[in-house]
Design a protein around this ligand. Structure first.
Ligand SMILES: Cc1ncc(COP(=O)(O)O)c(C=O)c1O
Length: 339
C-alpha cells in the first residue's frame, strides 16, 4: 500500500522514490500495556528495516533521478542510517560508501559495523568527530553524492510523512484507536519532522484529530533543538506544496531531553530497564542508543489516552563480515562494544 498515493496522488507521482520497504508496516497493541500500540517500523524490510528505510526511499530516488551511481552514507560507526543506505543502495545498483565517525561502543553499534563491513562498501572511518566535516567536504568536492547524517533532508522527511498517513488510514479504517500521543526517538530530526507534517496533512484531509508528538532526544541540543526540527518540517511542507500537495502547517512537537543520559550512544539505566521490559512483554527488540530511550520515556511518562510507540530499530540484520582488515583502533572499538 502506498499511503502517499492514496492521500496526495499528485505528490506521489512527482516525488522521485525507490521502493525499498514493505508497506504498510504493522500497527499492533503492545501486550500487557493497556492503551499502548506500536508502529512496527522495525519490520520495514527483511533485508534491513527500521525507520531509516522511509527517508532513503526519496533520498536515493532523487540520486537515481539525478543520474548518480555512487552514493556515500554518513553517520556514527554503528549508524543504522549508513547500514540501511548501503543495504538498500546496493540492492538498487548504487556503488555505496560510508563516512563514519566514532561513537560510544555498544553491542548493537558493533553488530551494525560488522554487518556493514560484510557488504564491502568503501569505508572512511574518521578518528574523531572533528575529522568528520573535513572528510565530508573532501568527498563532496571530489564529486561524491554524500547523504547527510540521518538523511535529514526535506525529501527524506516526506518519506516519514507517508508513515503518518499509514497510521491515519488504519485508524480511519477502525483497525486501531485514534491516538492521543505518539512517542518516538529524535536523532537527526528527520522522522519527527516528517510525522509533524504527515499527521497534520492527515487531519487536514479529514482523517481524525492529530495526535500529540513527544520526541525523546537521543542526540543533544542543538542537533535536536525544537527550532531545527520545526525548520526541517517547514522545509518539507514547502517541498510538499511545490510538488502539488496542499499547504499544511506542521504540528507542534514536545521535545524531552530527560532520557538522553550522558549523550548520544551512551546507554542509560532507564533505557536498559525499558529494553528488558519490552522483551518481557513480547514487544519489539530495542537498542540502547535510540529506541530504548524513547521506550523509557513511554514507560515513565503518564500519557492519557491511546498512545503509539514508534519502533525504529530494525529487527533484520545482515550477517557480519570479516573486520580484521579494519584499523586496530576500530577493531578495539568493536571488541569493547561486544565485551
Ligand atoms: C533506530 C533509530 N531510531 C531513531 C532514530 C532517530 O531518527 P531521526 O534521525 O530521523 O531523528 C534513528 C536515527 O538514525 C535510528 O537509527
Amino acid at each position: 500500500m502506498d499511503a502517499l498515493r492514496e492521500i496526495v496522488p499528485a505528490v506521489a507521482a512527482r516525488l522521485p522514490r525507490l521502493t525499498l520497504g514493505e508497506w504498510p508496516t504493522p500497527l499492533e497493541p503492545l501486550p500487557g500495556q493497556e492503551g499502548v500500540w506500536v508502529k512496527r517500523e522495525d519490520l520495514s524490510s527483511p533485508h534491513y528495516g527500521g525507520n531509516k528505510v522511509r527517508c532513503l526511499e526519496p533520498v536515493l530516488g532523487a540520486l537515481r533521478a539525478a543520474g548518480q551511481e555512487r552514493a556515500c552514507a554518513t553517520g556514527a560507526y554503528g549508524s543504522n542510517q549508513a547500514l540501511a543506505h548501503v543495504v538498500h543502495g546496493q540492492r538498487h545498483g548504487f556503488t555505496c560508501g560510508a563516512l563514519l565517525f566514532p561513537q560510544p561502543p555498544s553491542p548493537s553499534a558493533a553488530a551494525n559495523l560488522r554487518a556493514l563491513v560484510g557488504l564491502g562498501p568503501r569505508l572512511h572511518l574518521t578518528r574523531s568527530i572533528l575529522g568528520f566535516p573535513w572528510e565530508y567536504l573532501r568527498l563532496r568536492r571530489a564529486g561524491v553524492a554524500v547523504v547527510p547524517p540521518g538523511a535529514a533532508t526535506p525529501a527524506g522527511a516526506l518519506g516519514h510523512l507517508a508513515a503518518a498517513l499509514e497510521v491515519a488510514l488504519a485508524v480511519d479504517a477502525g483497525q486501531a484507536p485514534a491516538f492521543r500521543h505518539v512517542v518516538l526517538p529524535v536523532g537527526s530530526t528527520c522522522t519527527t519532522a516528517g510525522l509533524m507534517l504527515g499527521f497534520a496533512l492527515a487531519a487536514a484531509r479529514g482523517l481524525g484529530p492529530p495526535p500529540r508528538l513527544l520526541a525523546v532526544r537521543v542526540t543533544p541540543w542543538p542537533v535536536t533543538a525544537p527550532w531545527r526540527i520545526r525548520r526541517l518540517a517547514r522545509r518539507a511542507a514547502a517541498l510538499l506544496a511545490s510538488l502539488g500537495g496542499p499547504a499544511v502547517d506542521p504540528l507542534p512537537v514536545r521535545v524531552t531531553g530527560d532520557f538522553l543520559g550522558r549523550g548520544y550512544g551512551h546507554a542509560t539505566e532507564a533505557g536498559r530497564a525499558a529494553k528488558a521490559r519490552f522483551a518481557a512483554l513480547g514487544g519489539p527488540g530495542l537498542d540502547t542508543t535510540y529506541s530504548a530511550k524513547a521506550a523509557a520515556c513511554l514507560l515513565a511518562c503518564p500519557l492519557d489516552g491511546p498512545t503509539l510507540f514508534w519502533s525504529t530499530k530494525s529487527r533484520a540484520l545482515p550477517p557480519p563480515g570479516d573486520a580484521t582488515a579494519l584499523p586496530a583502533r576500530v577493531q578495539a572499538w568493536l571488541a569493547e562494544g561486544e565485551g
